[in-house]
Design a protein around this ligand. Structure first.
Ligand SMILES: Nc1nc2c(ncn2[C@@H]2O[C@H](COP(=O)(O)OP(=O)(O)OP(=O)(O)O)[C@@H](O)[C@H]2O)c(=O)[nH]1
Ligand SMILES: [Mg+2]
Length: 326
């Protein structure tokens, strides 16, 4: 990846999708030399990042995430924007398949020259997938995409990770009843900045409206007053492309409010700092687990803790001494 591909003077030239794809492949590589190159590239493009709205989308399997992203993405492109879609799926090595289906389900969007869809890596090491997604997001921004959509696929622990890397967290619901019935984990509703009841069409229309007012009521109780943004609940039909304009207006309203007074900047700064600490924790733990002295002693030490013959604190101290070579 050469500098000229990424910093094409100042003439407003855009980075090609091929160059972007290659750059993301580079950051996904676990090879040490690739990682070095990738980090250098990221440092280089950093000044060109941050000018987008980062939207996270979650919802139970089958709720219509892919259908929604296609309809919404095409709508936003029509308004003159460039859309990048990234998937995050820590469990994809187990569930697999999901994104392949997504590429075909988002066929129109995938073909649009103002869209870029990136499938999720097949597997991730310790926190690897989320890390790559964050970095891929920055690369997309540097390449001129100003609407970034991060989708959770599969049923993993990815919801909170996505919420931690985006500006606006969107939860898609079915016109059914109850969080548990919808397969939504505890605490996710509280994280949402926008709830969309999808499939508000045909026979389901009335029920969708009911669900909307139920959640609107629930959110009033959940979220405290005085926050910068009061979460909204809307209905849409991704299949028929209904409600996209209202949703895009809501996204713009959110973005406007959050940018005012630096709320968004502040949130991103905290996300970046948290990301750094996460990297430190994960890198240290990974080094620890691969340390020859640790691999030689970890099992017997853990056994002695399990048996109760060694206190956990002492066991940890011993292992850490080995790791630090003291
Ligand atoms: N009636 C109706 N059906 C919809 C709507 N949106 C999606 N569907 C249908 O719901 C099914 C699932 O849609 P997807 O977009 O694949 O859902 P998803 O959430 O991406 O599913 P996973 O990726 O498997 O988690 C498909 O058969 C869609 O055609 C809608 O607005 N109305
Ligand atoms: Mg999907």
């Amino acid at each position: 990846m050469t500098k000229s591909e990424w910093i094409p003077a100042s003439a407003g030239m855009t980075v090609s999708r091929t160059a972007l794809a290659r750059a993301i492949t580079l950051i996904e590589s676990t090879r040490e030399d690739h990682q070095k190159e990738a980090q250098a590239l990221l440092a280089e493009v950093l000044p060109k990042t941050g000018k987008s709205i980062r939207i996270g989308i979650t919802g139970a399997p089958g709720v219509g995430k892919s259908t929604f992203i296609e309809a919404f993405g095409l709508h936003v492109i029509e308004k003159g924007h460039k859309v990048a879609v990234l998937a995050i799926d820590p469990s994809s090595s187990i569930t697999g398949g999901s994104i392949l289906g997504d590429k075909t389900r988002m066929a129109k969007l995938a073909q649009n020259e103002n869209a870029y869809i990136r499938p999720s890596p097949a597997s991730g090491s310790l926190g690897g997938v989320a890390r790559r997604t964050r970095e891929a997001m920055l690369l997309c921004e540097a390449a001129g995409y100003d609407v970034i959509i991060v989708e959770t696929v599969g049923v993993g622990q990815s919801e909170t990770e996505v919420a931690d890397m985006v500006d606006m967290f969107v939860l898609l619901l079915l016109p059914g009843s109850g969080d548990e019935l919808q397969g939504i984990k505890k605490g996710i509703v509280e994280l949402a900045d926008l709830i969309i009841v999808n499939k508000a069409d045909g026979d389901l229309k009335a029920q969708a409206r009911r669900v909307r007012s139920d959640y609107a009521g629930a959110l009033k109780i959940l979220r405290t007053a005085g926050e910068h943004w009061q979460p909204k609940v809307v209905t849409c039909s991704a299949l028929y492309g209904e409600g996209m304009d209202a949703i895009w207006k809501t996204v713009r309203e959110f973005s406007g409010i959050m940018r005012k007074n630096g709320h968004m900047e502040n949130r991103r700064a905290h996300q970046a700092a948290a990301w750094m600490w996460k990297e430190i924790r994960e890198t240290l733990l990974s080094r620890f687990m691969h340390h020859p002295g640790i691999t030689a002693h970890i099992q017997e030490t853990e056994k002695s803790v399990l048996k109760g013959t060694c206190p956990p604190g002492l066991a940890a101290a011993k292992l850490i001494r080995i790791f630090l070579d003291e």
